[in-house]
Design a protein around this ligand. Structure first.
Ligand code: ADP
Length: 237
């Protein structure tokens, strides 16, 4: 299924790029009908490019969610260095953060280890930080704070963003649920990011929680095992 879905989407993206190149006008001449047609064609090509990229993200995230929902078992848990996870996430989100002059900062001990899947934990933290950036104004800070006790590690991702109303808090972890549809579409999100985070947390025997105040910002807390636990499959929503 993965291959069947990804192949035509990849082709559409390449075709849209070719169309963009083909309609790349040096200097549009005013009142020239032919160049007006080309300008319109270029606008449509941009839309196709944009929408096919969006469809690509959607398919990738749906496939990821399907995998997490038990289609494939969690790979055997291994020690994962949180220093690596934080550095990786900061790296992945650098471009979007700097476009809004948002600083992504870490506070906490070095050398913490959790048990699970390195790639899944990096995905979960990336999704939380991407949201924190997407739902925050420019010139703010996203803080990653790590707390550790005997058996658990908690990572708080705190933003100074728009916050989430109390009646949405229970629902934002559902697939495709958005507190503000128009805004979420504008950020290019798929509505699957938090559902993925929730499944990753559950797959690790942990959980994800949120506290938020509208206008002040949100804190998402990811709780993961700090030692090797018996891991079960994911729970249905
Ligand atoms: P999306 O792709 O729409 O961001 P998510 O599953 O990642 O989907 O998030 C679901 C919804 O939760 C978002 O549409 C948004 O309304 C809300 N949300 C998530 N993270 C934040 C945040 N840090 N601040 C404010 N709202 C958020």
């Amino acid at each position: 299924v993965s291959h069947e879905l990804k192949t035509p989407i990849g082709a559409l993206q390449l075709l849209a790029e070719a169309l963009l190149d083909a309609t790349d006008l040096p200097e549009p001449k005013p009142d020239d009908e032919q160049s007006e047609d080309l300008i319109a064609a270029r606008r449509f090509a941009e839309r196709i490019h944009h929408e096919s990229a969006r469809m690509g993200r959607l398919v990738n995230e749906l496939l990821e969610l399907t995998r997490l929902q038990g289609a494939e078992p969690l790979p055997s848990p291994e020690p994962v260095a949180m220093d690596w996870v934080v550095a990786e996430v900061v790296d992945r989100t650098r471009t979007t953060a700097s476009a809004k002059r948002i600083e992504v900062r870490y506070e906490g001990p070095r050398g913490a280890t959790v048990f699970g899947s390195e790639s899944q934990i990096a995905t979960a933290v990336t999704n939380l930080v991407e949201n924190a950036i997407a739902y925050s104004p420019e010139d703010t800070t996203v803080l990653l704070a790590l707390h550790q006790d005997d058996d658990w590690i908690e990572l708080d991702v705190t933003d100074q963003g728009i916050g989430i109303a109390a009646h949405d808090l229970d629902r934002i972890f559902e697939r495709f649920y958005r507190a503000d549809r128009a805004r979420s579409r504008a950020t290019g999100g798929t509505g699957l990011g938090l559902a993925i985070v929730k499944h990753i947390a559950t797959n690790h025997g942990g959980r994800v929680e949120v506290a938020s105040t509208v206008g002040d910002g949100s804190t998402f807390t990811l709780r993961l095992p700090g030692r090797s636990l018996e891991l079960g499959g994911s729970q249905p929503e």
